[in-house]
Structures are given as C-alpha cells and as structure tokens.
Design a protein around this ligand. Structure first.
Ligand code: MG
Length: 163
C-alpha cells in the first residue's frame, strides 16, 4: 500500500460486549476480579478487540471479524492478546510500526481504575512499544444506557502507526 509522502496513518476502533454472570472477565489483556464477564467467541476482551480494529483501520485492512471469524473454532476461547500480536505482525510485515494507542473503556462495574497500569504494561509488552505509548482510560456513561444498566461494556480505541 502506498500513501505518497505520508509516513503516518491513523485508525479508530469500537467494540461492545454483553455482560453475563459466571464468566471470567478479561479486559485490556488483564484478568479482572468480577462476578460477571463478557459473552464472546474469544476470551471476550472487548478493549483488545477495539484496539485491533483501530490498528487494522490504519492500513484499511478490514476488521477483526474478517481476520479472526467467529465461525472458526480456531478462535474459540482464544486469548485476545494472541490476536493483538497477530495484528501487529501484519502491520510490521507491511513496513509500519505502532506509534501510540489510546483506549477509552465505558464500564459501570466492576471499577477498573486500579487495573489500568497493568493493562498499559501488558498491552505495551504484547505490541512491543513503550508503556507511555499506551493510554487506557476508564469512564462511565453518566446514568444513561446499557453500560449503566450493567448489561455491557463499550470501548473506543485510536491508533497511530508510522514508517
Ligand atoms: Mg469483540
């Protein structure tokens, strides 16, 4: 892919997962202490899924569902960190490097603030970038919508890559 004269590309990603009791919660590559977890084909790490879509979007490479289809048993229960690494490999194979990423997680409960440093270091390690290139922010949605009703979690991610 050629973008003449441009050595930077940006992308954004969005994902939502439903919450259900009795499932493990993985978020930002970290196991969260919680009575509820995410309904999913993979481990349900909605933050990593949004991040993968942001990175894929940088090079117009489609979305995570295209690369890792839910119809494939290969990805049943898979650790999303493996998916993230594969996405970064894809970008690096095309001659680009991850610059920085910024992730916003909207979740009512459990409170995830104390996990943010671990998410940043985990995601940085998986992507092979410095921790200060990985931003993770947690928010709620001001008493509105399915997040506040504790039915689900939504995540937005932005990514910048360079060559
Ligand atoms: Mg997902």
């Amino acid at each position: 892919m050629e973008t003449k004269g441009c050595n930077f590309r940006i992308g954004n990603g969005f994902d939502v997962h439903q919450l259900a009791s009795g499932l493990p919660m993985w978020l930002g590559g970290v196991r969260i202490e919680s009575e509820v977890g995410f309904v999913a084909h993979s481990d349900g790490d909605v933050a990593i899924h949004a991040l993968c879509d942001a990175l894929l979007g940088c090079l117009a490479l489609g979305d995570i569902g295209h690369h890792f289809p839910v119809t494939s048993d290969d990805f049943l229960g898979i650790d999303s960190k493996i998916l993230l690494r594969r996405v970064v490999d894809l970008i690096e194979e095309k001659g680009w490097k991850v610059g920085n990423v910024d992730i916003t997680i909207a979740l009512q409960a459990p409170k995830i603030g104390k996990y943010v440093p671990q998410m940043r270091s985990t995601l940085a390690e998986v992507m092979g970038v410095e921790e200060d290139s990985v931003s993770v922010k947690a928010t709620t949605t001001e008493k509105l919508g399915f997040v506040v009703r504790k039915e689900g979690c939504e995540v937005w991610a932005s990514a910048l890559i360079y060559r």
